[in-house]
Design a protein around this ligand. Structure first.
Ligand SMILES: Cc1ncc(COP(=O)(O)O)c(C=O)c1O
Length: 438
């Protein structure tokens, strides 16, 4: 029997009872259930880094506006499928003020979370040109996107960008685009799970190739303005949130309110379609839609079929939150900078105890401190490391499920780790290091 921070016998028994072949191969929800059980029996709190959920209160101005809208009776009324006018206007202002790009309100569409946005995009974009039926994922990535393609029966391609940063990205991307089968390229920036951010050079490569091969870039900005190395928070002033929209007209942005506004529960996000793409005619769309115009097909074909628009009251909330940040009354990322501050401390605790950061640089710069980071320990695969860390009261997920080829890697999310747990985290990492000398 080993002396581990969490009772060895209890952890081993709970793992057996869970029926999981390996903790390191379990899904996020399976790990959550297992850890809930161990915590309940031992009374010991884990350092919980498996779930990527906000750990902060929602932006209050959104809550107030939503309550007021409900009081006014919007719950009884179907919202317009393309979104209420004042929200479309604020989204258009928002992308101008924070990304420095011009998009007409018509192409700014609320969706039921960014997840519905991507689902709608896959359905529509992969049908624009017959034969060009698949998305290329620049991994590591958010596994649910690929799940969406699978349930749609759509093929997809992917590669881990780890070895293809900077100019190397060009040839790698071209090798896929040359096949003529790729309709779109999806990545998140900052990236879930690795928190890498593409450099301007890389965004330029992606944008140029998207134009040359006529593919649509699906830029997932779920963590918009959360690369805290630069201050992207002042509306209308540089530096602006980097975006591929500077380098191509072939883009759709998916912007979530879940993380930056901590508004995940109300399931509202934004899809921003470039003016050029919105008005694009794609005759093959007629196979599925009454119109061959991309914007029209997206709204009145796809979004209509999925949910007939987005929750009415949540649209008022998002309008109010965007207006507040656009007007400079609320600093967009003020609350969430806490994630960056915590990540900085936590990364030190890991690296001081023999752990390494896996995805560690953007170009010549160390990656930002933010919502996630990735780590490994010499001599362990990610799966083995997760299996072992459970006994030390630390839970996270393996990078293997994110399309990463760094099989030694683990993703840690900082949001649900509280500062008062840092001494525990430090003691547990220290013990792990002593028990597994490098
Ligand atoms: C990269 C990425 N995209 C999209 C989402 C989903 O966003 P939403 O809650 O707006 O559907 C998440 C949430 O974790 C994410 O990490």
């Amino acid at each position: 029997m080993k002396a581990t921070p969490i009772d060895y016998e209890v952890v081993s028994r709970k793992i057996r009872e869970s029926g999981l072949a390996s903790v390191g191969k379990a899904s996020i929800r399976e790990i959550k259930k297992l850890v809930d059980g161990i915590e309940a029996e031992t009374g010991k709190r884990f350092i919980r880094m498996e779930m990527g959920v906000p750990g902060l209160p929602p932006l209050q101005v959104g809550v107030e506006a939503e309550i007021e809208a409900l009081r006014q009776g919007v719950a009884a009324i179907y919202p317009d499928i393309h979104g209420i006018p004042q929200l479309k206007q604020e989204i258009s202002r928002f992308v101008k003020l924070f990304l420095d790009i011009g998009v007409e309100p018509t192409g700014c569409i609320p969706t039921v979370g960014s997840m519905q946005g991507s689902f709608a995009v896959f359905i529509t974009i992969n049908r624009m040109v017959e034969g060009r039926d698949r998305t290329l994922f620049i991994d590591p990535g958010f596994p649910v996107h690929k799940q969406q393609c699978r349930v749609l029966g759509q093929p997809f391609e992917s590669f881990d960008v780890y070895e293809y940063r900077g100019q190397k990205l060009r040839d790698k991307l071209e090798s896929y685009l040359k096949t003529g089968r790729i309709s779109s390229i999806l990545y998140s920036n900052p990236n879930n799970p690795s928190w890498i951010c593409f450099t301007e050079e890389e965004l330029q490569i992606i944008g140029e190739l998207a134009t040359r091969y006529d593919v649509v870039v699906l830029e997932d900005l779920a963590y918009i303005t959360m690369d805290f190395r630069k201050d992207y928070s002042v509306p209308g002033q540089p530096p602006f949130q980097p975006t591929v929209a500077k380098y191509t007209d072939n883009y759709i942005l998916m912007i979530s309110s879940s993380k930056v506004f901590s508004y995940a529960g109300q399931r509202i996000g934004m899809m921003v379609i470039s003016d050029a793409l919105f008005n694009r005619q794609a005759p093959d769309l007629k196979r599925f839609y009454v119109s061959d115009r991309l914007g029209y097909a997206m709204i009145f074909g796809t979004v209509y079929s999925l949910s007939s628009g987005t929750c009415h009251s949540a649209q008022y909330a998002l309008t109010a939150m965007l207006k507040a940040v656009n007007d400079g009354k609320v600093i967009i990322n003020e609350a969430v900078t806490e994630y960056g501050r915590k990540a900085k401390i936590m990364k030190h605790l890991f690296t001081n105890n023999g752990f390494r950061i896996v995805y560690d640089t953007d170009g010549a710069e160390p990656i930002a401190d933010g919502f996630y980071f990735t780590f490994s320990y010499p001599g362990f695969s990610g799966e083995e490391l997760l299996n072992e860390l459970v006994y030390y009261g630390i839970s996270a997920i393996s990078l293997a499920i994110t399309g990463s080829e760094r099989l030694e890697g683990i993703r840690a999310c900082v949001s649900l780790v509280y500062r008062e747990q840092f001494p525990d985290l430090e003691a547990r990492l220290k013990k792990f290091h002593e028990d597994h000398p490098v």
